[in-house]
Design a protein around this ligand. Structure first.
Ligand SMILES: C[S@@+](CC[C@H](N)C(=O)[O-])C[C@H]1O[C@@H](n2cnc3c(N)ncnc32)[C@H](O)[C@@H]1O
Length: 516
């Protein structure tokens, strides 16, 4: 009667396929017990019979019982207050201005769990604009895969844990205490939220509540256990349901894929979210020295490098001094063109020479060389920023880093450098935010995970550090993606791999010593 681990593995893979959720080892044990219970109850002797019934004949309710066992329904009112602050101070006002008065502003909480998220949105609208605006100008819809949790959401009754970031005044003005010391949301507000079942791995078009696109999507803490393939599909579906200029919120601990099509990552009042806009081009991740130019140190002598402007001034000075005749003047202008060409070639050489200096730890020299560049490329800014960080000139490094982020907003390297700059100053909270943003942009980039691990290690959160280091090694194993080709400890894949292995080995040794 009991199912083997191979059978349970097969079952777990089907769950991942149907619902996107990756089943952990512990959950597999829970599933296995429940499968046995269901088989007894339904009179199946062999797992394969039960499984094929489940696959081909069982209705959704049978599946949903498994889903309830493995989904994480953790949620609370006003989770990530930053998101609600941005809604309150910027986004709701913008939507009230821009959405035509003849249609409702539609807000969708996708993966709403027991309802705290959509009800936070609804109470915020009511507190800001009044109940009548909530009921007549807005439409708040909320969906989840899990029917049991949806029933709890519709019931709208909560315990203390749901209000962990909200003060008592908020509870008193929107809820009434029940005899069993719980809090029931007022019917007016609860009635303004429409709940429905929706599995994000299915097509949304067939769902009545999603036939019309929406202006805001909250998709937070749902995709944490999704595979990147599932996430990609889901992301496209969500995007297709969003109105132009609409916003998508994801949790700050979550990663979204890089290729977001029309969704543009923006920093809105300090919160990171995605905005749907037209013609948003997504740039390829930048590779420093993708095609390395072989140059010899002596090829360009640093003292011979003169800035374009000074060189031009010098030539103009010479022309004026000599007061040439017309034909001579023409010849000089031609000569200037030739010099211009030479200078533009020289510009590339400046970059390469600066890179060479950086590799030799001659950071001052690298910064000096880059200052000669006329139009700085992303690579120049990266060399300049990295050198300034190595010289502990952190606030100066902020300038090229800011330019990197601005010039290639989808390039994770800008955020990586931002994180490094904060980390080197011991500003771990800001560094963590930047490294996470970097991961938002490129799920498979190992370097930011290494630095997060480092921060956790330094702040003595060893379990988190260990999992970041392990993830770093896994990502490197899969793909030795090196977006920056400085051969420097903070950014070189070889170094990072070596450091992770060493740290994890030391830790295991330490643990073994403790046990013995
Ligand atoms: C951790 S809760 C997040 C609740 C809320 N969004 C928040 O951030 O507080 C995750 C919810 O996602 C739901 N979920 C997981 N996989 C889903 C899927 N494939 N389709 C729809 N909902 C899903 C779970 O049932 C669970 O209620």
């Amino acid at each position: 009667m009991s199912s083997t681990s191979v059978q349970i593995q097969k079952f777990a893979s089907t769950i991942t396929e149907r619902y996107g959720i990756v089943v952990t080892r512990e959950q597999r044990e829970t599933l296995s017990k429940y499968v046995a219970e269901r088989m007894t109850y339904l009179g199946y002797q062999y797992f394969d019979d039960y499984y094929s019934w489940l696959q081909f004949k069982a209705n959704e309710i049978e599946w949903e019982q498994y889903i309830s066992l493995i989904t994480n329904n953790e949620t609370y009112f006003f989770r990530e207050p930053n998101h609600f602050r941005v809604l309150d101070t910027l986004i709701f006002d913008e939507l009230m201005r821009t959405v035509p008065a003849d249609r409702k502003i539609r807000v969708w909480s996708c993966g709403c769990s027991s309802g705290e998220e959509p009800y936070s949105i609804a109470t915020l609208i009511k507190d800001k604009f009044g109940l009548s605006v909530l009921q007549n100008r807005f439409e708040v819809i909320a969906s989840d895969l899990d029917q049991k949790i949806l029933a709890a959401a519709r019931n709208a009754e909560y315990g203390k844990n749901s209000f962990r970031v909200k003060e008592h005044a908020y509870i008193l003005s929107n809820f009434t205490e029940t005899p069993n010391s719980r809090w029931k949301l007022s019917d007016d507000i609860a009635g303004a939220v429409k709940f429905f079942r929706f599995n994000v791995c299915e097509e949304p078009d067939k769902i009545e509540n999603l036939a019309e696109p929406v202006d805001l999507i909250f998709f937070r803490n749902v995709s944490i256990y999704f595979t990147s393939d599932t996430l990609k599909k889901v992301q496209h579906r969500l995007q297709s349901r969003l109105n132009l200029n609409g916003y998508l919120f994801v949790a700050s601990c979550e990663t979204m894929l890089h290729d977001l099509g029309q969704l543009k990552l923006i920093d809105q009042g300090g919160a990171f979210l995605f905005k749907k806009s037209v013609g948003n081009s997504v740039s390829e991740p930048f590779k420093l020295n993708a095609k390395p130019v072989q140059i010899k140190k002596e090829e360009v002598q640093s003292n011979k490098v003169e800035s374009y402007d000074t060189l031009l001034q010098r030539i103009r000075g010479l022309i004026d001094e000599r007061k040439p005749a017309h034909s001579e003047k023409r010849a000089v202008t031609d000569a200037i063109d030739v010099v211009n060409q030479a200078i533009s070639q020289n510009q590339d050489q400046i970059t390469n020479l600066a890179l060479l200096r950086l590799q030799e730890d001659l950071f001052d020299e690298a910064v000096r060389l880059i200052s000669h560049k006329k139009d700085k490329t992303f690579k120049d800014m990266a060399v300049e920023a990295y050198s300034l960080m190595c010289l502990s000139r952190f606030s100066e490094a902020d300038i090229p880093i800011g330019k990197m982020k601005k010039s290639e907003e989808f390039n994770p390297v800008g955020y990586l450098f931002d994180g490094l700059n904060y980390k080197l100053q011991g500003k771990f909270d800001q560094a963590t935010v930047s490294f996470r943003r970097c991961i938002y942009l490129d799920l498979s980039f190992a370097t930011p995970h290494f630095h997060l691990g480092n921060i956790y290690q330094q702040t003595k959160k060893w379990t988190l550090a260990k999992s970041e280091y392990e993830l770093t090694l896994k990502l490197i194993d899969k793909n030795r993606k090196q977006l920056i080709e400085f051969n420097k400890p903070d950014v070189s894949i070889d170094y990072i791999q070596y450091a992770c292995q060493k740290i994890l080995k030391n830790y295991t040794q330490e643990m073994n010593e403790k046990v013995n």
